[in-house]
Design a binder for this molecule. Sequence first.
Ligand code: SF4
Ligand code: SF4
Length: 299
Amino acid sequence: MENITLLVDIKRNALDDGPGIRTLIFFKGCPLSCVWCQNPEAKSPNKELSFNKNICRECFACIEECNQNAIDLSYEFRIDRTKCNLCGRCIEVCPNSALKFVGQEYRIKDLVNIILKDRIFFQNSGGGVTLSGGEPLYHINYVKDLVKELKKEAIHICIETCGYYNREKFYELILPYLDLIYFDLKIFDSELHRKYCNVSNERILANFEDLIKKKSIKIVPRIPLIPKITDTQDNLSKLADYLKKLNVRKIILLSYNPLWISKSLMIGITPKYDYSEFLDKKNKERIKLIFSDFEINDF
Ligand code: SF4
Ligand code: SF4
């Protein structure tokens, strides 16, 4: 088993994203491209160089070290990514870790060993592993081997998905090993979904409906509350009506966090959406009421 993939991060001892104490695995790469993506560093399936100007000491050791002339002070994001070959020399000489790679390769056996370090905490808290991203199912061949190994060890497995997957493959290779699915639903109108997420939502909704009808596993829809895009009265009422018709009564509302904007700049991407405030309490209450009118509650 030499299956290998790129991960953005592994977060141990997490208390969100599923029951109990969990290890969260963030895969790199996603078939969608939402303009507000809260983890922009997980969108591309490729390794990237990030530069954090807030902790740069301006010593310019990196410029001296780069033999591709890819670090340029006149350049908006400091790195000219058309020249950078990801050699990593600048990272090695940076005294403040202002430069780093996003994306590290993990073999399945190494990842499983990391996960198993916390088995006792999973057992005592009813926790386990949550596969997140990016989109874990973008790496379906890796994930199929990973979930098989974890199931042999009786680890509880939750997956967070954008729903844009090949249903046949998912049912055959992944679903039998899962304990819980967090299924993201963003925008009900297909054209708006295409506009803001780069793909239409027909496949996502069809996958969701089929999964709900199967009744083989617990599925919890998650709705990201993105100001002026997903959190509108029109969108949320349509989603609530849709969920009620499918007899879904519990959802998770995900609050907007504007910190993604600085993460985006660090990898040299200018955000196409720039709402920079956190969701306030009053707005969240308004949103909860929309769903409670349809007898649906936030967890
Ligand atoms: S080496 Fe690091 S601290 Fe020095 S200029 Fe480059 S990024 Fe900044
Ligand atoms: S990773 Fe290598 S090529 Fe890219 S900026 Fe750093 S030193 Fe230059």
